[in-house]
Design a protein around this ligand. Structure first.
Ligand code: C2E
Ligand code: MG
Ligand code: MG
Ligand code: MG
Length: 287
């Protein structure tokens, strides 16, 4: 393109870009095979009341165990899966797996507990999603109100014309919606007001500086006020210290999630820790 009779070099940047592309292509093909071989599994992380006493909900978080045994976190493969239809198949599998696990949670006495499910843009921005979701939960005998769909603020706001009607349809059907990674997108407050959401989740980036950094504290308090004034729940994500938990409680945060309260864990461990048999005090009433 630069003309004849000249030497042209690939820049380092071009080379690096091609490396990244090649790696993504390899990973996508590994992901596809992994999916066919059933290498994905779910972990559940507790969402607790601000005293850390009561389990309110759990978030389903997908993992990939490669054939060599290595476990890959979703931040590394979801963006790659999103480059193809695989994300749609993976997303459907997550919903189906949650629907298989929910009855086991109920049987263990966790019937009030909702399961939060993350959805990526290609999965969510499809007008057939509400009907498909409904068919899946019906077939599993699960009530739609047991599921809360987590959508990132970014995704909802940057596709608002498509996302809003789907959100409305889902809430009409009884599903709940949560705005994930709140504060990382660019919500206009007037738009936020019109969204049919049950809760918003404060991104853990804002929790990092709490209770020491004035700006983070001010932002978090503002989000808590916002939720309260709009009548929606606020979940603080990434709570790791007692200092953070104390601060959140002091300013009226009702729901918290983070390593301090519990790491993502497999279903059996969740049931062992929070299920009926985990609280011997309530056993006599149940017998
Ligand atoms: P997210 O939805 O914001 O999920 C919260 C992430 O923060 C999880 O990472 C969780 O393990 C992590 N986390 C929770 N508490 C703490 C804490 O106290 N400290 C720290 N450092 N981290 C904490 P994970 O499981 O690696 O998931 C990362 C992201 O991958 C999720 O962010 C979500 O966007 C995406 N993801 C996970 N599962 C799915 C899925 O089934 N479908 C889709 N589309 N995306 C998913
Ligand atoms: Mg989430
Ligand atoms: Mg989040
Ligand atoms: Mg995130």
């Amino acid at each position: 393109r630069n003309g004849r009779n000249r030497v042209s070099h690939y820049s380092d940047a071009q080379g690096a870009e091609q490396d990244v592309l090649a790696k993504q292509l390899i990973m996508l093909s590994e992901l596809q095979h992994g999916f066919e071989r059933g290498e994905f599994f779910l972990m559940y992380q507790p969402i607790m009341d601000a005293h850390g006493d009561v389990l309110d909900a759990v978030e389903a978080l997908v993992r990939w165990r490669k054939s060599d045994g290595a476990v890959v976190p979703p931040d590394q493969f979801i963006p790659v899966a999103e480059q193809s239809r695989l994300i749609v198949h993976l997303g459907r599998w997550v919903v189906q797996q949650v629907c298989r696990d929910l009855p086991r949670m109920h049987a263990a006495g966790l019937s009030h507990v909702k399961v939060h499910i993350n959805m990526a843009a290609p999965e969510f921005l499809d007008s057939s999603l509400p009907a498909e979701l409904m068919a899946t939960v019906r077939a599993a005998g699960v009530d739609p109100s047991s599921l809360q769909i987590e959508l990132t603020e970014n995704m909802v706001m940057s596709h608002i014309d498509t996302s809003l009607p789907i959100m409305r349809k889902l809430t009409q059907l009884g599903f709940e919606i949560s705005l994930d990674d709140f504060g990382m997108g660019y919500s206009s407050l007037s738009l936020l007001k019109t969204l049919p959401i049950a809760s918003l989740k404060i991104d853990r980036l804002f929790l990092a500086g709490i209770p020491r950094e004035r700006d983070d504290c001010a932002i978090v308090r503002t989000m808590l006020d916002l939720g309260r004034n709009m009548g929606i729940g606020v979940i603080a994500e990434g709570v790791e210290t007692d200092g953070q938990l104390g601060y959140l409680r002091q300013f009226g945060c009702t729901l918290v999630q983070g390593y301090l309260l519990g790491r993502p864990m497999p279903l059996p461990q969740l049931l062992e820790r929070f299920g009926r048999t985990a609280h011997p005090a309530v056993l006599p009433d149940d017998l």
